[in-house]
Design a protein around this ligand. Structure first.
Ligand code: GDP
Ligand code: MG
Length: 278
């Protein structure tokens, strides 16, 4: 009998949830940024090894929401944590010990799934400290891969016996158009400074996979008129860089057209947040 189950990655922003997901699936699936709160919608990764399939959820960081968009992100994370079989509670090793999970997560209904504390960024602490932390928790590094087999072995023990839910060769479950938006957002985090990425989102308006080359038309949204010029850049230079960063991650030859629009204060308006898929 095979084992198959769902695993949620929980923790505050920037602890390395998305990096761990990518390391586990062996490809750049979830967007990663040194800036906090890049993840908005959970990215789903699949890890199938031998008789075991893990469905991994990279969740938005748990934090106290201060506006509508953050409320949505928190809701998506909480909802998923209520459904998974195992929760990996991630906390950076340099900031060990981790506070108690419930005091960080403040879930309305405490999770019923077992919670494993996993210290991330293990490469950033000395070997002696790693050994010390390993006595009561797991320590991993998404840079080196250290410590990951031990976590997976424990997760496997906790998963139910069940048939695989997905093709063992797949690494993800979400459609390409989801990743187009994610990679555009990742480029925004890289190219658009400290604040603007949080006001930024993208909406795929047209996606013709049947056509060769694949044609993708995307609207990029910012919250204020003044931000529009920044996204476009002098002579369109910034917009061009954003487009290139994304094209590099799409099937070769994909043709992507970007339009910049203002949707005033979209992160605070229910209709916009919903229309933009959050
Ligand atoms: N040195 C080191 N840096 C890491 C590791 N994992 C993540 N990071 C860095 O920590 C930052 C936040 O990572 P990210 O995965 O986006 O965190 P998330 O917000 O929890 O999803 C990024 O700059 C990563 O490159 C690791 O294992 N070692
Ligand atoms: Mg993330």
């Amino acid at each position: 009998m095979t084992k198959c189950g769902h695993v949620g990655f929980a923790g505050v922003p920037n602890v390395g949830k998305s990096s761990l997901l990518n390391r586990l699936v062996g490809t750049h699936l979830a967007i990663v940024s040194p800036k906090a709160q890049a993840t908005r919608i959970p990215t789903v990764g699949l890890l199938t090894e031998g008789d075991t399939q893990m469905v991994l959820y990279d969740l938005p960081g748990l934090l106290e929401p201060s506006y509508l968009m953050q409320e949505r992100m928190r809701h998506l994370a909480e909802e998923r944590l209520g459904k998974v079989d195992v929760i990996l509670y991630l906390h950076p090793a340099p900031e060990a010990p981790a506070p108690d999970f419930q005091s960080v997560a403040r879930l309305e209904t405490p999770a019923r799934a077992p919670v494993l504390t996993v210290y991330t960024k293990g490469d950033m602490v000395p070997e002696a400290r790693r050994m010390e932390l390993t006595r009561n928790a797991f320590v991993v590094s998404s840079e080196t891969g250290d410590g990951i087999p031990a976590v997976l072995a424990r997760v496997r023990e906790l998963l139910p016996e069940a048939p695989f839910e997905f093709d063992p060769d797949d690494v993800g479950t979400q459609p390409l158009r989801f990743f187009v938006v994610e990679y555009l957002r990742e480029a925004a985090f890289e190219l658009l400074g400290e604040e603007l990425p949080y006001s930024f989102t993208a909406e795929v308006e047209e996606f013709r996979e049947q056509k060769r080359p694949v044609y993708i038309r995307v609207n990029l949204y910012v919250e204020r008129e003044s931000q529009k010029g920044i996204v476009i850049g002098r002579d369109g230079s910034v917009l061009k860089a954003v487009g290139t960063a994304v094209r590099d991650q799409l099937p070769p030859g994909a043709f992507i057209e970007l339009f910049v629009k203002v949707d005033k204060d979209w992160q605070r308006r229910p209709r916009s947040v919903e229309r933009l898929g959050y």
